[in-house]
Design a protein around this ligand. Structure first.
Ligand SMILES: Nc1ncnc2c1ncn2[C@@H]1O[C@H](COP(=O)(O)OP(=O)(O)O)[C@@H](O)[C@H]1O
Ligand SMILES: CCCC(=O)OP(=O)(O)O
Length: 358
């Protein structure tokens, strides 16, 4: 019989830090600590948030009476280290250095592996990241953008996407590694992943103006207009970036990044809100259609997930455009905490090989 493991899970997001403890797959608790804009604006960089977020994790563990010595391992959401294949990686010094710098960019997830390492090391515990945001399983053809200086990059939500695709595979009576899925992670950022037999061979870069617009990001833009805006003299580089990620999408058109607020506006008769919300579903559907072409139509299921998937009307707008492609399966919310735990348990039980970060 497999041993029982107690695992601490740390998931830093743009507006929250999620903390959970599991005994194997049994959740003891999950706590989400929200961070307001005002609280975070004191930090110049993601890395400078380290002590703030780490102390929050330690305080939550104390408040839940979790003895640090009772832990067997720590899992953190993997951030912008060098691109890697999907899987579970031991956090080592090389990874921590790359996450500190953010070799592939800046995102709160960069702190997941570092916090896990900093808490684990003095206790003699191993720390892991699972399916980090930079999982790159692209084929050569997916990297071509049309401008050699700017190759397409894989940066999205592989942790949640692979977790829901695995769930869907079980429901379909098959294995993730043997089936083809199109996943749509519909959160603050949106990514449409093309999974061919367990590998994400194409996806829109959710953090760099690619794919559908989202509650807070522009997605792909007409580049000519963007070039003009960049050189208009009206904005700094930082301001332009913020317009693309943070203040884009629903936020730019409607002044909110909250899907529930937009629903309220629509119910109160706001026609503009309805047009924009419908346009987001339209763009998501187009990206799903593009993914179907990548898979030459061999799609076992389209899997919709993320916070927006709680809105059944929104999901229906997508379904009516894409259900000719394949069966549509919906898993509202996100499964990142359990996916981190499961990834660590798979390697501790020897079901999956632990990967080394170089
Ligand atoms: N019931 C709902 N109806 C409409 N939108 C929702 C609902 N629940 C959550 N959302 C929206 O989902 C988005 C956040 O999704 P989530 O997956 O939690 O994002 P992230 O983890 O990227 O912050 C927000 O726009 C939020 O308002
Ligand atoms: C680095 C890409 C992952 C991402 O965009 O995550 P969130 O949507 O959770 O910010």
């Amino acid at each position: 019989m497999n041993k029982s493991y107690r695992i601490l899970v740390v998931n830093p997001g743009s507006t929250s830090t999620k903390i959970a403890v599991y005994d194997n797959e049994k959740e003891l608790f999950t706590e989400t600590i929200k961070h307001s804009y005002d609280e975070m604006k004191q930090f110049e960089t993601i890395y400078s948030q380290l002590d703030f977020r780490k102390n929050i994790v330690l305080k939550v563990l104390e408040s839940k009476n979790i003895d640090l010595n009772s832990l067997d391992a720590i899992a953190g959401r993997g951030g912008n280290m060098k691109p890697v294949d999907g899987g579970t990686y031991l956090v080592n010094e090389a990874m921590v250095e790359d996450l500190k710098v953010g070799v592939m960019g800046q995102h709160a997830s960069n702190l997941g592996g570092i916090i896990a390492y900093e808490i684990g090391r003095p206790l003699g515990l191993k720390s892991y990241v699972v399916d980090p945001v930079v999982v790159d399983e692209f084929e050569e053809i997916s990297r071509i953008s049309g401008m050699p200086e700017i190759p397409r990059k894989s940066k999205d939500h592989p942790l949640n996407s692979k977790a829901v695709a695995r769930k869907a595979a079980v429901e379909l009576g098959g294995k993730y590694e043997e089936l083809n899925f199109l996943t749509a992670h519909l959160g603050g950022g949106i990514s449409i992943g093309v999974h061919r037999k367990g590998r994400i061979i194409d996806v829109n870069n959710a953090l760099d103006g690619d794919g559908p617009f989202s509650p807070e990001r522009t997605g792909g833009l007409p580049v000519g207009g963007l070039v003009d805006l960049c050189f208009s003299g009206k904005y700094t580089k930082k301001e332009i970036r913020k317009k693309i990620v943070g203040n884009g999408g629903l936020m730019a058109y409607l002044g909110t990044n909250d899907g529930r607020e937009v629903k309220k506006m629509i119910q109160e008769g706001d026609k503009k809100a309805e047009l924009i919300y419908r346009a987001m579903a339209y763009q998501i559907s187009k990206q799903i259609g593009a993914g179907a072409a990548v898979l030459k139509g061999n799609v076992d299921a389209i899997v919709l997930t993320g916070g927006l998937a709680f809105d059944s009307e929104f999901i229906d707008w997508i379904k009516e455009r894409v259900d000719f492609i394949s069966k549509v399966m919906v898993y509202p919310g996100e499964y990142e905490m359990i996916a981190l735990t499961q990834g660590v348990i798979r390697v501790l039980n020897g079901v999956e090989e632990l990967r080394e970060y170089k």
